[in-house]
Structure formats: C-alpha cells, structure tokens
Write a protein that binds this ligand. Structure first.
Ligand SMILES: [Zn+2]
Ligand SMILES: [Zn+2]
Length: 152
C-alpha cells in the first residue's frame, strides 16, 4: 500500500523555506493574505532581478529560525522604514517587515522550499510599480496591475 499523508486535520497548512546555505529557516502557517509582485527599482536592485515577489503573512503566522540580520532601508519618497531580513552567512534575503504595514511579514516567495504551492488561481496577485517595470518583464494577461502601489 502506498503511504498516504492525510495531513493534520484542522491544522492550518504549513510551508517551509530558507536561505541558500540552510542556516536561516522559516515556517509559515496558513494562506498568505496576498501576493505582491513589485517592479519598483528598489526591489529590482535588492533581488538582483526584474521584480520582487512578496507573499504576505500576519507576523504571528511566520517564524524565523536561526541567526539572521536586518538591514533598514528608508524610502526616498515616504521616509518610512523597511527592514530586510537576511542570512548573515550567505546573504539571502528571506523577507521583510514594513513601518507602513505593521503586523505583517512579507516572505520573498522564491525562498520557499517549494514555491509552486503559490498560484494565481488560489491566491490574490497584485502587480505593482509597473511604471518602472523592465520591457523584458511583463505580467500575465488579465493580472491586477498598478502603475504604482495599490494603496496610493
Ligand atoms: Zn544562509
Ligand atoms: Zn518594490
């Protein structure tokens, strides 16, 4: 008989992730409140890519394990802070917290062990700061798109 994992009835789904060297790990419980795909120039630089993908969780549904450091960035526009959490050994940025939106932890979605559990059918995706998106990075047709942030 193949082994069937029936899961933990009633317990929220949990997902694990971490940095590339394995020193810094995290667990999230339940579903993200939203997925934000941010094309601002700052996310392009902090990720070294075309955009940042943040899966947003309530802080009490996210636990970091292992040593980590934070880097505080202040927005040029709003002067509000944003703390990047990263592994002190390999430098992977596993997420961030924001002065603007207290009580959440935004997980950098590519750091999940298996990021494929996130998908646009089950989770609300927002594509933001498309005013600074690169021509070689376009959201899928039909996406919720904003030239800047969805809050402004
Ligand atoms: Zn690491
Ligand atoms: Zn951004």
């Amino acid at each position: 008989m193949p082994e069937v994992n029936t899961g933990d009835a009633g317990a929220p789904e949990r997902h694990e992730g971490g940095c590339v060297c394995g020193l810094l790990r995290y667990t999230v419980h339940g579903e993200p409140t939203r997925i934000t795909v941010c094309h601002c120039t700052w996310c392009q630089r902090r990720t070294g890519s075309a955009f940042g993908v943040a899966a947003v969780f309530a802080s009490d549904r996210h636990q970091l394990r292992g040593p980590y450091r934070t880097y505080r960035h202040r927005s040029d526009e709003s002067r509000r802070w944003l703390d990047l959490a990263f592994c002190p050994n390999c430098g992977t940025n596993v997420g961030f917290t924001l002065e603007w939106v207290p009580g959440i932890f935004a997980v950098d979605a590519g750091t999940f062990d298996d990021p494929s559990w996130i998908n646009a059918d089950d989770h609300p995706f927002r594509y933001i700061y498309l005013s600074s998106a690169q021509t070689w990075s376009k959201p899928p047709d039909g996406s919720e798109c904003h030239a800047r942030h969805f809050r402004v």
